[in-house]
Design a protein around this ligand. Structure first.
Ligand SMILES: Nc1ncnc2c1ncn2[C@@H]1O[C@H](COP(=O)(O)OP(=O)(O)OP(=O)(O)O)[C@@H](O)[C@H]1O
Ligand SMILES: [Mg+2]
Length: 251
């Protein structure tokens, strides 16, 4: 099963992803967790010790040079378009029980449509992970689906878009659906997060007609507290854990 998580900034993508990853782990699944958001820290949310020491692939300059035969940051020169990547998930991931986690990191864009060695390596890596790995894959992404393309769309079982009660989060969900349509990714479902009451849930359902809701997570101070103290949302007492189990049952 391959799952991609997207949504507006701050809606709870990383919180939800980490709960999903830890719950699947607890169920005995092997999970490959991909932190595809340059600003995110999925490792800390999953509960990996020394999370800040997990180096993003895009910053592994020697690796990028070895695999693409070009210096990272170089644009327009010659480099391998099909670098070897199949060994990277096992060689480079951080571990927690049955979870392997990789941080992709960001690629600085030098103008539109830039193709550089590091972006080529990341794209190949994501394609390999989505098409060829056997584990459950959970990818925590940005407000877009940049790492996915036509070739990988059909292998993604679900694109889960996290939404919160708010106009901009709803607009972003619409935008993400367009991006998904463009690459032929049809299996989208929504997760309503930060739900304070029935009105919040009704607001989302009313304003997102034609979307499939897979579940709702309550607004919980405990989740903010976990974030502030650097704990995994899974390692605290929270009602959202039960909701996430139900969501997995519906996948
Ligand atoms: N259900 C919830 N109730 C209360 N607070 C929440 C809930 N879910 C997430 N939060 C809080 O909202 C903030 C943003 O959450 P999170 O980092 O998971 O969002 P994100 O979508 O990954 O953000 P970013 O776009 O910055 O990566 C955090 O402080 C988190 O603790
Ligand atoms: Mg995040």
């Amino acid at each position: 099963m391959k799952l991609a998580i997207s949504g507006k900034g701050g809606v709870g993508k990383t919180t939800f992803s980490s709960l999903l990853i830890r719950t699947l782990n607890e169920m005995g699944k092997h999970v490959l967790a991909i932190d595809a958001d340059p600003d995110a820290n999925l490792a800390a949310a999953v509960g990996i010790a020394d999370a800040d020491k997990v180096i993003p692939i895009s910053e592994m300059k020697t690796l990028i040079y070895e695999r693409t035969e070009a210096q990272p940051g170089s644009i327009g020169g010659y480099f391998k378009l099909n670098p070897k990547v199949d060994d990277l998930p096992d060689a480079l991931s951080a571990r927690f029980e049955n979870i392997k986690l990789m941080r992709l990191g960001g690629v600085k864009k030098g103008g539109s449509g830039c193709i550089c060695p590091e972006s080529t390596l990341l794209k190949m890596l994501v394609t390999h992970i989505v098409l060829a790995r056997n584990e459950v894959v959970v990818m925590d992404m940005e407000a877009g689906i940049e790492h996915l393309g036509r070739g990988t769309a059909r292998a993604v079982n679900r694109l889960l878009v996290v939404v919160e009660p708010g106009r901009r989060s709803i607009e972003t969900a619409g935008h993400i659906r367009h991006l998904a349509d463009d690459i032929g990714l049809k299996n989208i479902a929504l997760i309503g997060n930060k739900i304070r009451n029935d009105q919040d849930e009704a607001f989302l359902k009313e304003n997102l007609p034609g979307f499939d809701f897979l579940g709702f997570l309550p607004y919980e101070d405990a989740l903010i507290e976990a974030d502030l103290t650097g704990k995994s949302p899974f390692d605290i007492d929270s009602k959202s854990k039960e909701r996430v189990k139900e969501i997995i049952g519906r996948l």
